[in-house]
Every structure is written in structure tokens, then in C-alpha cells.
Design a protein around this ligand. Structure first.
Ligand SMILES: C[S@@+](CC[C@H](N)C(=O)[O-])C[C@H]1O[C@@H](n2cnc3c(N)ncnc32)[C@H](O)[C@@H]1O
Length: 443
């Protein structure tokens, strides 16, 4: 039987929402079964359904008499794939409906074919009816925020509390497709010389950050089409993540630790930024993720001591030499990068946050003990929640009199630098820079 892309999309979304698996793990398994542009379409459908899950669920409830449960759950997600195409894509309606209905056969639920067909046709009719009545957009005013903004209620509550003025902007930014950012390897190119390469290759760009060697492309493209990608002339990294190496600003002969390093984007950037440091130790607790660190180092022809280890307990991996600079890119809720990983909205639970803040606290405490007096630690997360960010850092400062906060942003009242999603087109991110005071004991 020929592969049906909509059937793959339904299975993929089912694995994420019902089985709690990550989209980054699931999508490639399904994409393998497809060729060329179809891989991109599968990605679009899975990302789209996860972005609009609550409103698609709401729409589907208007037409399904009895909820689909058990083995039929995958058909429930197939219906959402169908509705997403009709509501949010330019795929011609007839193709969207016929391909989605045909997917019931691939999913071994042919007996539900006419039901899926009926639901999608009814939805089409309801859209037509509302456009005849002059209300193209079905009013969402009366709907709960979770459906209106397509986020879980617990998260909306937290965002409202943290950003009473900006919460709607934050939630809307999470629904946008993220831009593709490049990091130019300054050991091969200046930003200007790489822009020439892009022009020669007919690749359009929209923003250039000369301070950080960052370029934002107008449209995302396959990395293999980027001039010099294989040779390590350029990497893919969001503009916010590129601030880490600049803020930590390693110096010649520094002994550096990246204590939550995988997949190694920031490790490599620090090495590109300061090639003449004394050493770079990159550790991560997940051994399997360190393969990506090695691959990135090899492509960029860089070297680091790559170690599988626990940043909260350095007994098994630390050689006793204190570090001049430490990057602590902490495990976090990922709530700043929802636009890149919409599955975060459904995988992350309210109860995860307290466990994450505790882990961050333990790693923070241990990393600090590995820092030389006079040394600098950069605390980073891709979260927008204060408890993982400014509150975490403030508490650390309160408990550690030798920790001095170094100002990153001029005129900033807040502890550290909170970047909100889509601020200057960047991901949501947080940075705080701390210096360890030299005490009479240490000097
Ligand atoms: C935000 S990611 C790091 C991203 C990385 N710095 C980069 O720029 O490519 C957080 C990492 O922390 C790792 N991690 C979680 N708990 C850890 C622990 N106790 N010790 C060391 N690494 C840990 C995770 O495996 C994950 O790779």
C-alpha cells in the first residue's frame, strides 16, 4: 500500500499528545518514509496541529457525536489533521479532504471512512455558511483563553501573572513560525564576506547583527544549500542563543566549563569566539546527546573534552582545576522556544516546573563551587518563567554572598536579561552574569 502522508501526520501527533513523546524524536521516524518536499509537508501538518490543538479539538467537537477512544484515537488526530488543512493551509480543499479520508485505509480503520468524510464536509459547509452570512471569521470572543490562544490554561495563568501587559503578545509570538538564524564562523568569514556568499547563492536575508555575527534569513532553507556549511563556515543558531558566547566573553588562556552542553551549539560558539582559551570541558548527563556535540565539534574543526557527567555532582568527572568561566545553560521548561517546539505546550506539565527549579538550583550550587574566585558564570535558560530565571538568580545571590551580579542590559531594573519570544525576532531566553568575589580567604 502506498504511504499516505496524512496517516503519518496523525500517527506522529498521536505519539506526541497521547504517548507523551517528543516531536523531535517522532517526526524524523515518519519523514524517513517520504521523499523530498513531502517531508516538509509532513512537518508543516504536525507542527500546525500541535500549534492549534485546542481550537481544532473545539472545532471537531461540533461535528463528532461520540468521542473517539482507544484504538480509534489515531482517527481523532486524523480528523484534526484534516481540519488543520482546511482552516490554516492553502492545500485545495478537495485534495485535503480526499487524502485525509483515504488515510483511514492506511490506518486500518476503513470502517470510519464515511464518518471522517462527513465531518470534514460538514466543517467545509459551516465555513461556507458563515462566509455567506458575512462572518468569515467565526467569533472566538466567548471562548475560553485556552482555545482562543491555543495554550494550556496553567501556562496562560503563569504568563498573565509574569507579564500582565504583554501576555497576549507572548502567546501570539509562540504561534508564529520561527525564523532561521545563522551564526557566521568568524574564523572563516566576516559577516560581510559571508553575506556576499549568500548573495551569490541567491539566498535572501532580512537582518544582520554585526556585533554577534548573526544573520537572519528571509526564508528557512535546507542547511546543505548554505555556502560552506559542511566546511564549518556557518552554523544554525537562534539570535538569542548566540548571545551566550558574547556575554560570557572567554579570554585567552581561560579554563572553561560548559556544564549542560548538548547538542553543543554554545560550546562551539565559545570556541569560535575565543580560539586561544586553555581548555574547554563540555559535559552533559545524557550520553546519547553528546554524539551531537562531537559531530558539531568535528564539522567546525574544534576540540573540547567531552564528558558524560552530572553537573549537580562533579565527583566522578572533575579533575580539581577551578574554572575561569562557566556556562550554565540549565535544563528548563523550554517555554521560550515554543514557536520552534510546539509539542512543549502539551508535554510540559505545571507540576514539572518545581522539579526543574530544584534541579537548576542544585546545578547552580555545584557549578559555583567549581568557579575560581574572580571567575564568571553565565546562567542561561530558554524559559520565560520568572521562577526559573530572575527569581532563581535572586535567590542564589541572597544565599551566596560571594556572588555579584554583573549588569548585562543598561537601564534594566530586573535581575538579568529576559528576552521574550520574537523580541528582535529572537527566541525567548534568559541570561544572568555573575562574578565570584575574591575574599581574603581566596586571595
Ligand atoms: C538547554 S540544554 C543545553 C543546550 C546546549 N547548551 C546548547 O547550546 O546546545 C540543557 C542540557 O542539560 C542537560 N542536563 C540535564 N540535567 C543535567 C545534569 N544534571 N548534568 C548535566 N547536564 C544535564 C540535558 O541533557 C540537556 O542537554
Amino acid at each position: 500500500m502506498a504511504v499516505n502522508l496524512r496517516a503519518l501526520a496523525a500517527k506522529c501527533v498521536f505519539s506526541v499528545v497521547d504517548k507523551g513523546r517528543s516531536l523531535a524524536d517522532e517526526l524524523p521516524k515518519h519523514q524517513e518514509k517520504l521523499l523530498g518536499k513531502d517531508k516538509g509537508l509532513l512537518q508543516e501538518l504536525c507542527y500546525g496541529v500541535l500549534r492549534y490543538l485546542p481550537s481544532l479539538e473545539h472545532d471537531s467537537r461540533q461535528f463528532i457525536a461520540k468521542p473517539l477512544v482507544g484504538k480509534q484515537r489515531v482517527i481523532h488526530f486524523l480528523i484534526l489533521v484534516g481540519l488543520y488543512q482546511l482552516k490554516h493551509t492553502r492545500i485545495p480543499d478537495h485534495a485535503a479532504v480526499s487524502e485525509t479520508v483515504a488515510a483511514t485505509i492506511n490506518l486500518k480503520c476503513q470502517y470510519l471512512k464515511s464518518m471522517v468524510n462527513g465531518i470534514l464536509r460538514s466543517y467545509q459547509r459551516s465555513i461556507k455558511q458563515s462566509s455567506i452570512e458575512g462572518s468569515d471569521e467565526i467569533s472566538t470572543e466567548a471562548l475560553p483563553d485556552a482555545i482562543k490562544f491555543n495554550h494550556p490554561s496553567w501556562f496562560i495563568k503563569k504568563v498573565k501573572a509574569a507579564y500582565p501587559e504583554q501576555w497576549q503578545n507572548v502567546l501570539n509570538a509562540n504561534q508564529q513560525k520561527p525564523p532561521m538564524w545563522l551564526r557566521v564562523n568568524k574564523n572563516h568569514h566576516t559577516v560581510e564576506s559571508y553575506l556576499e556568499k549568500l548573495q551569490q547563492a541567491d539566498i535572501a536575508y532580512s537582518t544582520v547583527e554585526t556585533q554577534s555575527n548573526a544573520i537572519q534569513l528571509t526564508d528557512a532553507i535546507d542547511v546543505n544549500k548554505l555556502p560552506g556549511f559542511d566546511l564549518g563556515h556557518v552554523s544554525i543558531q537562534d539570535g538569542a542563543a548566540q548571545q551566550a558566547a558574547i556575554l560570557l566573553d572567554c579570554q585567552k588562556d581561560d579554563v572553561v566549563l560548559d556544564c549542560c552542553a548538548a547538542p553543543g551549539g554554545k560550546t562551539c560558539h565559545m570556541l569560535e569566539h575565543t580560539p586561544n582559551i586553555a581548555s574547554m570541558t563540555a559535559i552533559d548527563i545524557e550520553e546519547s546527546r553528546l554524539i551531537r556535540v562531537q559531530e558539531n565539534l568535528e564539522r567546525l574543526q574544534l576540540s573540547a573534552k567531552v564528558i558524560a557527567g552530572d553537573a549537580a555532582n562533579s565527583e566522578s568527572w572533575w579533575d580539581g582545576v577551578l574554572f575561569d568561566r562557566i556556562l550554565l545553560d540549565a535544563p528548563c521548561s523550554g517555554t521560550g522556544v515554543i514557536r520552534r517546539h510546539p509539542d512543549i505546550k502539551w508535554l510540559r506539565k505545571a507540576t514539572d516546573i518545581a522539579a526543574l527549579t530544584l534541579l537548576q538550583k542544585q546545578i547552580f550550587k555545584n557549578s559555583w563551587s567549581l568557579l575560581k574566585p574572580g571567575g564568571t558564570l553565565l546562567y542561561a535558560t530558554c524559559s520565560i518563567l520568572p521562577e526559573e530565571n530572575c527569581e532563581q538568580v535572586q535567590q542564589f545571590i541572597n544565599e551566596n554572598p560571594d556572588a555579584e551580579l554583573i549588569s548585562i542590559q543598561k537601564n534594566c531594573q530586573q535581575v538579568g536579561w529576559q528576552i521574550l519570544p520574537n523580541e528582535q525576532s529572537m527566541d525567548g531566553f534568559y541570561y544572568a552574569k555573575l562574578q565570584k568575589r575574591k575574599t581574603a580567604e581566596s586571595s
